[in-house]
Design a protein around this ligand. Structure first.
Ligand code: PLP
Length: 371
């Protein structure tokens, strides 16, 4: 199978642990287990039996996750190893060679890449910067054909941090419903909206809506590797069919912690921490962009741990990122990873002193470039 390199992941994996200022992450600074659990829970964790669970996730956990949605039960949920595996089993379960998939871009390009490798025809519809990183609905309409099987978007969006308003989601649903098309949304940043207004899930707006979510981003727990799909039972069953072939189960240790953090009160506490960190850091970035407006501009994110920043220097984004890394030990993500040269992605989920120190270095680096 020919599959294009997943450069968003590969470049981070190669370099993010080799620099002093890693601002390439898209999530919120992670918890330790000690910070997350109380003494009694830590004690209970020590008694967790390290066996296999259910290949679609424990019933209790699936029930708790289903309560994050309207009118869903455990059969509407499959638990996966990270939301990455959720996306993977969705593609494997739902798409066939020759199908058409409309992907709103820029996007975390995992579904895009897998679908292409399966000889699915991938039709891109851009988020328009001039529309506040929202799609032009006429362009979306024109992209749909009788062969369209699914529309896929990521909101809150990686990398722009834009959030599709409910009105736009309803328009997408109307277009899809008219032709019986599935709509998939990667919602792993949902809950990190800076204004505290968590938007609706596609799984609640549309009978053929499928949501990817997990604990890695808004919930700041990527090391647990817990994700899920929520949607119609037949779709979940098809994904489960594939999951039996991939990783069998999630880890019993992770499921124990997941059961705790998806309970409403704990989930709210975690999301509150994420929003506090992000609000503080986005204000810092805003200030920095204003000070560096000769070279950088940005529509600030509405959610998520990253900002997509346009730069005016005459240099390719991958070259720019490698120079920042080798000359100043700062790691960012180049717009090239999204097929969008002229931008860099700056993580805003790091501890605030780390972000400030990294941005100070970036300022010095840019001054050096201009000299
Ligand atoms: C939109 C989106 N979906 C899925 C993932 C995969 O996350 P994980 O498997 O850690 O849940 C990422 C990671 O960056 C992402 O940005």
């Amino acid at each position: 199978m020919d599959i294009v390199e997943f450069s968003i992941e590969r470049i981070q994996s190669l370099y993010e642990n080799t620099v002093d200022y890693n601002l390439s992450d898209s999530g919120v600074h992670p918890y330790t287990l000690r910070e997350l659990l109380d003494a009694e829970q830590i004690n209970q964790l020590l008694d967790v039996e390290l066996g296999y669970g259910w290949t679609n996730g424990g019933v209790e956990l699936r029930q708790s996750i289903s309560k994050l949605y309207k009118d869903k039960n455990a059969d509407n949920v499959i638990v996966t190893n990270g939301s990455a595996e959720a996306n993977f089993v969705l593609v494997m379960g739902m798409l066939n060679p020759g199908d058409e998939l409309v992907v709103i871009v820029p996007n975390y390009l995992q579904i895009w890449g897998w679908a292409k490798a399966l000889n699915v025809k991938v039709v891109e519809v851009p988020l328009r910067e001039e529309l506040g990183w929202l799609p032009d609905m006429d362009e979306l309409k024109d992209a749909i054909t009788p062969n369209t099987k699914m529309i896929s978007y990521c909101s809150p969006n990686n990398p722009t941090g834009s959030v599709l308003p409910q009105e736009t989601l309803e328009q997408i649903v109307d277009l899809a419903r008219a032709q019986g098309i599935y709509v998939h949304a990667d919602e792993v940043y949902k809950g990190s909206e800076l204004d505290g207004n968590e938007g609706p899930s596609i799984a609640d707006l549309y009978e053929k809506g499928i949501a990817t979510n997990g604990l890695s981003k808004a919930m700041a727990l990527p090391g647990l590797r817990v994700g899920w799909l929520a949607g119609p039972k037949d779709v979940i069953d098809r994904a489960w069919h594939c999951k039996d072939y991939t990783s069998i189960t999630t880890s019993s240790v992770s499921e124990f912690a997941a059961n705790i953090v998806v309970q409403p009160q704990k989930r709210s506490e975690i999301l509150e921490r994420s929003r506090t960190i992000l609000n503080q850091n986005v204000a810092t970035l805003d200030e920095w962009i204003k000070q560096n407006s000769e070279n950088y501009s940005c529509q600030l994110p509405q959610a998520g741990g990253m900002a997509f920043v346009r730069y005016s220097m005459n240099i390719n984004s991958t070259d720019l990122v490698h120079r920042m890394r080798t000359e100043r030990s700062i790691m960012l993500l180049p717009g090239d990873c999204y097929g969008m040269d002229g931008y860099i992605r700056i993580g805003v989920g790091a501890p605030s002193d780390h972000l400030k120190a990294g941005l100070a270095q970036l300022h010095e680096f840019t001054r050096g470039l201009n000299d």
